[in-house]
Each structure stands twice: as structure tokens, then as C-alpha cells.
Design a protein around this ligand. Structure first.
Ligand code: ZN
Length: 315
């Protein structure tokens, strides 16, 4: 073989082996690429699965927290629902649509019953002071609390001529509305506590959330029938001040809500709250009383003779 052809042959071999190496490299590259793609897909599937599980867990946690919140929010309806004020206003509106006999005529003297739910609270004394300043009597639908301050508030309500009325002992919807047995045990407890603190045997009741609450697991007529049979009168409201919400509102909003409605009715039962976080209610009270008095309205405490304002009734 000539030198030239030998060189050409060796060149050819080298080229072939380069091409082979290149091929091997490309195949290895493709295999690695393929494997890493498979691993990526597997990894992503695992991650999705993990996230899915985590979302399930979180959803459950949120659900638990919500029901827990409903169970322990002993002091006010508004903590159960952010739209409680909307519901309270709707309930009042619905009631007023069907209560034509309560529509005021020009010559009627308006009767206005200011009612404060959920106390005693850190605001009770301020509310009582304002009522005292104007010599106005109101109604306090109270819950059960046995600390010294609360016991003193119950007594002060009665001593100063207001009506003390029951709003359940615990205010826990899930407990009191579970069955009649729970309801009556709770009722007896708040009635006894009020009697112990004030010597008054209260016969006036307001259902937590109203008789139209929509959250009771038992048909409300069961409890209504019990109250009717035992001579206990329950009162809902036909005017909502709008303080039953956690959404922001001002004392002027509350005044506006009440004043725009009370002029329409012979008897207005106004829903307000005696609770630590309801400062606007306290702030609104002096001006509200003044405006009602300017309107010639009689501001009265609820009594046995008060026109019943009830969202739900039974025959
Ligand atoms: Zn309440």
C-alpha cells in the first residue's frame, strides 16, 4: 500500500470512529434527556399530589375553624356571620311587609323600644349612663355571665327602671338550638341567673339570631311553642340599627338607619348591641335619643303589653 492510500485509510478510520463516538454521544444525550423528562414528570405528579393533599387539609382546617368560631362565639350574633347585619335588616324588612297594621299614620304617636343584645359588656355602664342622662328606659336582652361586674350590671339595669330580658345563657347556636332539652336547660339557667342577680323573674326573651335565624338545626316552632306554653313572650325587631356587623360603619350610619325606619311604624323595636367592640352604638346613642324625642316618639322599655314584633309565629 502506498503511503498516500495508507494515510487516506487511517483518515477514514478516524473519521468513522469520530462519527461513532458522536452517535454514541447523541444516543446517550437522548437517553438522558428522556430519563430526565420522565423524572420531571414523575416529580411534578408527586408535587401535584402533595399540594392536593395539603389543600384538602387546609380546607378541612378552615372548615373546622369556621364551625369552631360558630361554637365559641358566645357573645354576639355578628361573630357568626359577617352578613349578620344584612340578614337582620332583611328580617326586619320582611316582617314589616307583612305587618301592615303597624304602619304609622300622621296622627300616631310613635312608640320606640330601644333594645340592647348580648350584654353585659364593658360598654354596659356607658349605655346606662347615657340612658340615665336622658331619663330614657330601654330593654337589655342579656346573656349569662357571673363575674362581679356583670352581676352588678344586671342589678343596675333593673334598679334604674329598664327591662331585663333573656337572650339565652350561652348564645351558642349549635348548643341551644340542638334540641328542646338543650334549649330549656339554657333558658332556665339564664332565668335563674337574672333572678339571683336582680330578684326579677324575666318572662321576655329574644332568640339569639332572632326567631328567623335560619341556622337552628331544630325547627324554631318547637322552641316557640315551648315559650308560648310557658307564658314567655319573645321579641324580634323591625328596625335594625346596623350594628350587628363586623364591617365598618359609623355612629351616623346607625342613626340614619334607625331614624329612616322608625317614622314608618307605630311600634318600632330597634335592634342594637351592648358589646365591647360596638363603640359606635354608644357614640350614636345621645344623638339618636335627641332625634327620636324631637320626632315626638315615646321611648319605652318592653313590657308584657308591648305589641309583639315577631318574625316567625305559630298558631
Ligand atoms: Zn345576640
Amino acid at each position: 500500500m502506498s503511503y498516500k492510500s495508507e494515510r487516506a485509510a487511517s483518515e477514514k478510520r478516524r473519521r468513522r470512529s469520530r462519527v461513532r463516538r458522536m452517535k454514541r454521544f447523541i444516543i446517550a444525550f437522548i437517553i438522558i434527556l428522556f430519563l430526565s423528562l420522565i423524572f420531571s414528570v414523575l416529580y411534578l405528579m408527586l408535587s401535584v399530589n402533595k399540594l392536593d393533599n395539603r389543600i384538602d387539609t387546609l380546607t378541612q382546617v378552615i372548615r373546622d375553624m369556621r364551625s369552631e368560631k360558630q361554637n365559641i362565639s358566645g357573645t354576639s350574633e355578628n361573630t357568626d356571620f359577617d352578613d349578620e347585619a344584612v340578614r337582620a335588616a332583611q328580617a326586619a324588612e320582611e316582617y314589616n311587609r307583612t305587618a301592615e297594621e303597624n304602619l304609622a299614620n300622621a296622627e300616631d304617636t310613635l312608640k320606640v323600644y330601644l333594645t340592647f343584645d348580648d350584654g353585659p359588656s364593658g360598654n354596659s355602664d356607658r349605655i346606662l349612663d347615657i340612658l340615665d342622662d336622658y331619663n330614657v328606659k330601654a330593654t337589655f336582652f342579656v346573656n349569662g355571665r357571673t363575674d362581679d361586674h356583670s352581676m352588678a350590671v344586671y342589678k343596675r339595669i333593673v334598679d334604674e327602671g329598664h327591662t331585663i330580658a333573656m337572650h339565652s345563657y350561652t348564645h351558642k347556636y349549635s348548643e341551644i338550638y340542638k334540641n328542646l332539652e338543650n334549649f330549656t336547660a339554657d333558658l332556665e339557667k339564664i332565668q335563674n341567673l337574672i333572678y339571683e342577680a336582680t330578684g326579677v323573674e324575666s318572662t321576655i326573651y329574644r332568640f339569639p339570631g332572632g326567631s328567623s335565624n335560619g341556622v337552628s338545626s331544630t325547627d324554631m316552632s318547637v322552641f316557640i311553642q315551648f315559650l308560648n306554653e310557658h307564658g314567655i313572650k319573645y321579641f324580634d325587631w323591625n328596625v335594625a340599627s346596623g350594628d350587628a356587623t363586623n364591617l365598618p360603619y359609623t355612629s351616623s350610619d346607625l342613626i340614619e338607619n334607625v331614624m329612616s325606619d322608625v317614622v314608618k311604624y307605630k311600634t318600632s323595636v330597634v335592634l342594637m348591641h351592648d358589646a365591647d367592640n360596638k363603640m359606635a352604638t354608644v357614640e350614636a346613642l345621645p344623638e339618636l335619643i335627641e332625634l327620636l324625642q324631637e320626632q315626638g316618639a315615646l321611648i319605652l322599655p318592653i313590657s308584657e303589653d308591648t305589641t309583639l314584633i315577631q318574625h316567625v309565629t305559630i298558631q
